[in-house]
Design a protein around this ligand. Structure first.
Ligand code: MLT
Length: 409
C-alpha cells in the first residue's frame, strides 16, 4: 500500500492566494455585472521594460538559426547574467559577491520554498508573523512542525512583527537554527536599517544559525540609507543566503526569472559538528532538480542592467510607488493607520476588525480585492494588505469605491 507524506495533511486545505482566487471567482459568478479591481496578489500590470523586450526578441532570433541556437545552458545560469548581477546588485554596493555564488532560477517562491531541503528535519526554525506563507508551508511539508493549533503550527518559533516593533522583529531569545527574513517586507511593507540587520547577522554568527533573506522587493527602496542586500553587512557571507527576483523588479511574474546568492563561505553543520558548504549542497540540488532558465529570458533579464533598462525599470517601479502613496493617503483620510507603501509596493492597513470580514466587505461593497492579514499569520489579524500593482485608473477607481463603501459602512 502506497502511503502519503502525512505532513501535507497538516496544511490548510489551500494556499492563501488560491483561496482568495476561489472566493473572487465565486463572487464574479454570482455578480457577473460587477467589475472587480484586484489589489490582492502582488501581480504586476505594466508591460515588460522596452529594453527587456528588445533583448527578448533578439535572443529569440538567435534560436532560429543553427549557428546561434542555444540548447541546455548551465543549470546555474549564463555567465553573462551572473556577471551583471554580481557587479550591479552587489559589488556596486560594497557587497563582496562573485558570479559563481549566484544561481539563476525561475522564481524566488520556488527557491525560498526549496532551500529548506538542505537542513535537517529537526532544525528549529524561526518565522516572522505575519509572513509570506511559502516559508511556513514548505517547512510543514518537510515535517519540521507539529499540528496547526490556534492559528499557529507547533514547533515553529514565531517572530512577532507588530506596530510596536515597527514590524521588524528582534533576534529570538531562545535557540533556533534557521531564520527567514524578508525586507522590504511582504506583507507589511516594513524596511530594515543597517543596524537592525547587523544585529541579526551578529546573532546568526554567535548561534551558528543561517538567515534566509528574501529581498524580492528591493527595487522599491528609495531611501538610500537602507541596506539593499544582507551582504552589505560585514560577516553576513558566512551565515546568510539571499533571494532576489525579476518578478516585481522588472515585471517578470509571467516570464519567470530570479536568483539566489549562496556565498562560498556560508556553512551549516553535519551531525558530527563539521561545517558543510551550503553552496556545494545547493549546487548539488540545483543541478539535479533544475535545468536552467530559458536563454531568451536570461537575455531579457540582462537588459535590466543596461542604462536604458535601469531607467525604464525605475520609472515603472516609481509608477507603482505613486499608486502606493494614493492608497496610503486614501486609507489614512478614512481614519485607518497605514504602514509600508513607501519603499514597498504593499500597504498594510490596520482595519481594526476581522480581516476576512473586511475582505468580504471590500469585495461585496466596492468590488475591490485585497489580501486579508490573517492569511499571513495570527499577527496579521485586524489588518489587510493592499497591493499597488495596478493601473493608475484602476487604483483611483478602486479608492473612489472604497471611500464610498467605507463611508456607508
Ligand atoms: C504576493 O502577493 O504576496 C506575491 O505576489 C506572491 C508571490 O510572489 O508568490
Amino acid at each position: 500500500m502506497i502511503t502519503i507524506n502525512e505532513h501535507y495533511l497538516k496544511l490548510n486545505s489551500s494556499y492563501l492566494f488560491s483561496d482568495i482566487a476561489k472566493r473572487v471567482e465565486a463572487f464574479r459568478k454570482a455578480h457577473p455585472e460587477r467589475e472587480i479591481i484586484r489589489l490582492g496578489i502582488g501581480d504586476v500590470t505594466r508591460a515588460l521594460p522596452a529594453a527587456c523586450i528588445e533583448a527578448f526578441h533578439s535572443a529569440t532570433d538567435e534560436m532560429a538559426s543553427d549557428a546561434t541556437f542555444h540548447g541546455y545552458g548551465d543549470e546555474q545560469g549564463y555567465g553573462f547574467l551572473k556577471e551583471k548581477v554580481a557587479e550591479h546588485d552587489f559589488r556596486a554596493r560594497g557587497a563582496d559577491i562573485s558570479p559563481n555564488e549566484i544561481f539563476i532560477s525561475d522564481g524566488a517562491k520556488c527557491d525560498t520554498g526549496n532551500f529548506q531541503e538542505l537542513f535537517s528535519t529537526d532544525a528549529r526554525i524561526a518565522i516572522p508573523d505575519p509572513v509570506y506563507p511559502v516559508y511556513v508551508d514548505s517547512n510543514v511539508m518537510a515535517g519540521r512542525t507539529g499540528r496547526f493549533e490556534n492559528g499557529r503550527y507547533t514547533g515553529i518559533y514565531y517572530l512577532e512583527s507588530t506596530a510596536a516593533n515597527a514590524f521588524v522583529p528582534e533576534p529570538p531569545s531562545e535557540h533556533v537554527d534557521l531564520v527567514y527574513l524578508c525586507f522590504p517586507n511582504n506583507p507589511t511593507g516594513a524596511t530594515i536599517t543597517h543596524a537592525r540587520l547587523a544585529a541579526w547577522v551578529d546573532w546568526a554568527r554567535a548561534n551558528r544559525a543561517v538567515i534566509l533573506y528574501d529581498a524580492a522587493y528591493v527595487a522599491f527602496i528609495r531611501d538610500d540609507s537602507l541596506p539593499q542586500s544582507i551582504f552589505e553587512i560585514p560577516g553576513a557571507r558566512d551565515v546568510a543566503v539571499e533571494f532576489r527576483s525579476y518578478s516585481k523588479t522588472a515585471g517578470f511574474t509571467g516570464t519567470r526569472c530570479a536568483y539566489t546568492v549562496v556565498p562560498a563561505s556560508c556553512v551549516a553543520y553535519d551531525s558530527s559538528g563539521r561545517p558543510q558548504s551550503l553552496h556545494a549542497l545547493w549546487n548539488r540540488r540545483h543541478t539535479t532538480k533544475f535545468n536552467g532558465v530559458c536563454y531568451m529570458v536570461q537575455r531579457a533579464a540582462e537588459a535590466v542592467y543596461t542604462p536604458e533598462g535601469a531607467r525604464q525599470v525605475r520609472e515603472i517601479n516609481d509608477f507603482y510607488l505613486a499608486n502606493a502613496r494614493l492608497i496610503v493617503n486614501a486609507f489614512s483620510d478614512l481614519g485607518y493607520s497605514c504602514y509600508g507603501g513607501k519603499d514597498s509596493p504593499y500597504v498594510w492597513v490596520d482595519v481594526r476588525t476581522n480581516s476576512w470580514e473586511f475582505f468580504d466587505l471590500l469585495l461585496d461593497k466596492a468590488g475591490v480585492v485585497c489580501t486579508p492579514g490573517a492569511g499571513f499569520g495570527r499577527c496579521g489579524e485586524g489588518f489587510v494588505r493592499i497591493s499597488a500593482f495596478n493601473s493608475r485608473e484602476g487604483v483611483e477607481k478602486a479608492l473612489d469605491r472604497v471611500r464610498a463603501a467605507l463611508k456607508r459602512a
